[in-house]
Each structure stands twice: as C-alpha cells, then as structure tokens.
Unconditional design. Structure first.
Length: 196
C-alpha cells in the first residue's frame, strides 16, 4: 500500500506538472498573438520612420540637384556674356595703343604747309590719318562730341573751368584732347574746358 501511495503521489505530481506545462503553453499561445501584434506595430513604426527619413533625404537631394542645375545655368550664361563682351570689345587694347598716334597725326595736321614739298607731306599724313580713322570706325570707334555740348562726366574730363560771356554754365567751350567710344563704352574721355 505504501508503494501505491508513492506511485499515486508520483502520478499526481506528474499530472500537476503536466497541467502546469499545458497551462504555460496555453498562456504562451494566448500571449503570442499580442506579442506578434506588438512586433508588427513596432515594425510598422520603424518602417514609417525609415520612409519619412528617406523622403527627407530625397527632398534634400532634389533641392541640391536643382541648386546645382541653377549654378550650372548661371555659369554658362556668364561665360556666354563674357565671350560676347570679349568679341564686342576685342579691339579695345589696340585702339588704346593707337590713340596717341592719332593724336600726333592731328597735331601734325594743324601745321600749315608753306611750300610744295611740305604740302605733299601734309597730304600723305592726312591720307594715313584718314585710313586709321576709317579702320577704327569699322571696329566701332567713334569720337566723343564735345565743344558746345553739355558737360557729361561720363564722356568728358574737365581740366579747366572758365567764365565765358554768352555761354550757358556747364557747357564745353574747348577741347584739349579728343575722347573716343568703342561701341557703347567710353575708352577715353575728352579732356575739355567747361564754362562756369
């Protein structure tokens, strides 16, 4: 009988242990869906955060691309304008080098020819002077009009002022050195005397 009690006790303990195992398994099964739901919610939140991060990166890269495109367009436009300006004013340095020679020709032409030989020389100098002026005109060089004009600081450089009767103030009354424009750019202002 004592053996039966021990066996019964052992069987009861086994049965209670089996019941506990079954209860544990049932609890796990019952709690498992909620754990999966929690995991799904966490995964969903993580995925949404990742999507938001990637969308932000995409927006930033899109903006960066647009800025680079705008910079490139601006650089191309500036290079085109620089090239056009270089072509338009390509003769400027040559003209500036020739202006002192033209000034000397003008001074030489102010001399009077007294005999046949000096008259012949005068005509030759005048022909060379006219040829130079024609070549400069083809490049777009024009003299600045001065005497009798209103003084313009963009076109004239006043070196003297003098009161002249019968002349309005701020008018150019005498030109000491011609000024020149290359197309729309003044390359040398005229040196003038201005009335007060």
């Amino acid at each position: 009988m004592a053996e039966e009690k021990t066996t019964n006790n052992e069987e009861l303990e086994q049965a209670s242990t089996q019941e506990e195992i079954v209860e544990d398994v049932l609890e796990e099964i019952e709690s498992a869906p909620s754990n999966e739901e929690n995991n799904l919610e966490e995964n969903l939140k993580a995925a949404e955060a990742k999507i938001a991060e990637l969308e932000t990166k995409l927006d930033n890269e899109g903006n960066r691309y647009l800025r680079l495109q705008a910079d490139f367009d601006n650089s191309r436009r500036r290079a085109k304008l620089d090239l056009e300006a270089a072509q338009t004013y390509r003769a400027q340095s040559l003209v500036l080098d020739l202006l002192p020679a033209i000034d000397n020709f003008e001074r030489a032409l102010k001399m009077e020819a007294t005999d046949e030989q000096s008259l012949s020389l005068y005509k030759g100098v005048e022909m060379v002077y006219r040829s130079l002026l024609d070549a400069l005109k083809k490049e777009g060089v024009e003299p600045v009009e001065s005497v009798g004009e209103e003084f313009d600081p963009h076109l004239h450089q006043a070196v003297m002022q003098e009161e002249v009767e019968g002349t309005e103030p701020n008018k150019v009354v005498e030109e000491f050195q011609k000024g020149y424009k290359l197309k729309d750019r003044v390359i040398r202002p005229a040196m003038v005397k201005v009335s007060q």
